[in-house]
Write a protein that binds this ligand. Structure first.
Ligand SMILES: NC(=O)c1ccc[n+]([C@@H]2O[C@H](COP(=O)([O-])OP(=O)(O)OC[C@H]3O[C@@H](n4cnc5c(N)ncnc54)[C@H](O)[C@@H]3O)[C@@H](O)[C@H]2O)c1
Length: 325
C-alpha cells in the first residue's frame, strides 16, 4: 500500500513495484495544487488498485491497512509556505493522521512494515554540514515540526508496540511526475518549467546556497530497501545526492541541458526568507552502511531524463497558468 500514491514520489514507487510484480494499493485524496495527478499512473493504472480516501479518515484507513504487508507512507502536506498560512491543516495531515494510521496498524495490521517519508527540513538551518542523523532537529517552519512528530510516532510504535517502522529523511527529490504547475513545493520543478518555457527564472538570495538532490528512482530504491529489510526497523536514515551543488550552478546545468533559459538573482521575498534554511546537504553514509543504498543518477543525467519526460507530457503537467501564478 502506498499512501500519497497519486503524487510524485508515490506514483514512481508504484510503477517500480508493479514492474517487480507486487500487488499494489494506492491511497490518495487527490489534493489540488499538490503533485497529485491522475496522469502519474496513466501508464499502469490497470495494474494497481486505487482508493480516493483522505488519510484523515481514520475509519476508512483502518479498513485499508488490514492485511497489508508493507505500507509506504508518503501522503503528506508538503508545502512549507502553506504550513505557515494554514498550520492546523498541516498538523492534521502530517501529525494526527499519522498517529491514527499507526493506531490502525497496531489493531488491524500488526505485522505490516511501514516506511515513512520524512524530510531533512526537520534539521532546520544546519549547525554543520553535511548533516548526519545525530544533528539536532530544530525545524524552521510548522511543516518541519509536524513531519518531525510524524516521524517519531513511527519510531515510537516500532519501539513500544513492535510494529516494524522506519523513516527516510528525504532531501530535495526531482524527476518525472514532480509538481511543476506551481511553486508551492520545491523550487526545482518550478525552475524546470520556466526553463523549458524559456522564461527568466528568479533565483532568491545570492544563488550560492548549497543543496543536494536525489533523483526519484534513487529515492524509490531507498524505499524498497527500507521496506524489505528488518535492519531498518526503528531507524531514521538520511537520503542525499551525489554532490552538493549551488543553486546558481544547478541553473547553469539546467540551461545547458535544455539548450535554453536564463536566470536573474533577486532578493528573497521576506516570507520565504523567514523560513529559509541556507546551505544544507546530507551525510547519507548511515543508509549506505545499513542497507547498501547510495544515489546512482548524477544531476545531468537526472535532469536530461526529467526534461525529456516533460517535453513529452507537457499537456498533463503544465496545468492552468492563471492558477500556477
Ligand atoms: N519531493 C521532495 O523533495 C520531498 C522532500 C522531503 C520529503 N518529502 C515527502 O515525501 C512525501 C511525498 O512527497 P511528494 O513530493 O511526492 O509530494 P506530492 O504532493 O507529489 O504527493 C503527496 C501526495 O499526498 C496526497 N495527500 C496529501 N494529503 C493527503 C491526505 N490528507 N489524504 C490522502 N492523500 C493526501 C496528495 O494528494 C499527493 O498525491 C511527502 O510526505 C513529503 O513530505 C518529499
Amino acid at each position: 500500500m502506498i499512501t500519497g500514491g497519486l503524487g510524485f514520489i508515490g506514483s514512481n514507487l508504484a510503477l517500480r513495484l508493479v514492474e517487480l510484480g507486487a500487488d499494489v494499493l494506492l491511497v490518495d485524496s487527490l489534493v489540488s495544487e499538490t503533485g497529485a495527478n491522475r496522469a502519474n499512473i496513466a501508464a499502469f493504472e490497470d495494474r494497481v488498485s486505487t482508493r480516493i480516501v483522505d488519510v484523515r479518515d481514520a475509519l476508512a484507513m483502518e479498513r485499508l491497512v488490514a492485511d497489508q504487508d508493507v505500507i509506504f507512507n508518503l501522503a503528506g502536506q508538503v508545502s512549507h509556505i502553506d504550513s505557515m498560512h494554514d498550520p492546523f491543516t498541516d498538523l492534521d495531515i502530517n501529525c494526527r493522521a499519522q498517529l491514527s494510521l499507526l493506531e490502525a496498524c497496531r489493531h488491524r495490521s500488526p505485522g505490516a512494515k511501514i516506511v515513512f517519508a520524512s524530510t531533512r527540513q526537520i534539521y532546520g538551518r544546519p549547525d554543520y554540514v553535511p548533516v548526519d542523523e545525530r544533528h539536532i532537529v530544530h525545524p524552521t517552519d510548522v511543516n518541519g515540526i509536524n513531519k518531525m512528530a510524524g516521524e517519531w510516532y513511527h519510531i515510537l510504535y516500532n519501539n513500544v508496540y513492535g510494529l516494524r517502522a522506519c523513516s527516510l529523511r528525504l532531501t530535495n527529490t526531482y524527476g518525472p511526475r514532480m509538481l511543476v504547475k506551481n511553486n508551492r513545493q520545491t523550487a526545482i520543478g518550478w525552475f524546470i518549467r520556466q526553463i523549458l518555457d524559456d522564461e527568466e527564472v528568479q533565483l532568491f538570495g545570492d544563488g550560492l546556497q548549497l543543496r543536494d538532490f536525489t533523483y526519484v528512482d534513487d529515492a524509490c530504491d531507498a524505499f524498497l530497501r527500507a521496506g524489505a529489510s528488518d535492519v531498518a526497523n526503528g531507524q531514521v536514515f538520511n537520503l542525499g545526492g551525489h554532490e552538493p551543488i549551488s543553486l546558481k550552478d544547478l541553473l547553469d546545468v539546467m540551461i545547458d541541458v535544455a539548450g535554453r533559459g536564463s536566470y536573474k538573482v533577486v532578493p528573497f521575498p521576506p516570507e520565504k526568507k523567514a523560513i529559509d534554511i541556507g546551505s544544507v546537504y546530507a551525510d547519507y553514509s548511515k543508509i549506505t552502511r545499513a542497507l547498501g543504498w547510495a544515489p546512482t543518477t548524477d544531476m545531468r543525467e537526472g535532469l536530461e531524463k526529467t526534461m525529456s519526460f516533460y517535453r513529452d507530457h507537457r499537456a498533463e503537467y503544465w496545468g492552468d497558468l492563471a492558477v500556477a501564478r
